[in-house]
Design a protein around this ligand. Sequence first.
Ligand code: PEP
Ligand code: MN
Length: 350
Amino acid sequence: MRDPPPHLATPMILVLQSGASEEQIQHVVERVESLGMTAHLSRGTYRTIVGVIGDERQLQETPLEAIPGVARVISVMDPYKLASRESHPQPSVVDVAGVKIGGGHLAMIAGPCAVESAERMDSIAKAVKAAGANILRGGAFKPRTSPYAFQGHGEDGLKILRDTGDRHGLPIVTEVMDPRRVELVVKYTDMIQIGARNMQNFVLLTEVGKTNKPVLLKRGMSATVKDLLMSAEYILSQGNPNVVLCERGVKGFDSATRNLYDVAAVPAVKALSHLPIVVDPSHATGRPDLIGPCALAGVAAGADGVHIEVHDCPEQALSDGEQALLPERYAEVMQQIRRVAEAVGKSISN
Ligand code: PEP
Ligand code: MN
């Protein structure tokens, strides 16, 4: 059998049932060895455990729990191998057309929910750039709950966003929802956004994994931290190392906020993974009055950036107007973010 790369050699522990017979123990050892792995027996007074060393990929289709006499199977390492800190102890730094994210560099992603018109995009870009944003956002393909709601301007929207970003010296990020459109979106954008609704669209993740574009992977609204890291693994396993995670809130029971902002996910992800993670207090709270404080909490908790929706006339916005910050308020929030960033030893790259 081919030797696995060192980071994929995963130890497992099989805990045998207390009454496991000698015959069962021998069968477990034989079964493990027949899979090309090494079994290390450790006999206690009441329990025997079997350490299994080898390439865990061999075990994916093997239900070790089903071997007679096995009580529990414990995986010693995380299933998200490439995303894990074990495989990569240093924090990753992702470069989005010259803007660094991670390792002390903060991304300040701002812009409207959707690209609406060239004029509107221009005035918002000018304002967020002046306030210190370093990446411009805007959706051209919008995931809307209603099929009758504004769906985005498609390729025309991509052109407007590209042009606006270029004129203001801002790299751009925009969402792709359809694997068949990855090629088109990649032609225009500096960073691909995978939205919350598509975090587990594995076909889409595989497609963006085949590109070399940085990816902003948003946490699904019912996804655990482990689910998020497994989705990142899909992209990484295709050879694209440029993944930035995004905490954007999960479904909660309280309608006081649009979602439940899980700020603890930031240090929780950092403990498990080397990938940068930014926060999105706009979608997490859905409330302009909460975006500022939640942005500060995110940076204080170790986030590598903040993603905020900004609109110069929220009442006319074609999507997410109710949560958009006015440019003046965004500038104030940015002042405060700078102070928190300084306190935690980070800086906003430009
Ligand atoms: C968005 O960024 O506009 C968006 C739709 O976000 P999410 O996927 O987090 O809901
Ligand atoms: Mn939005």
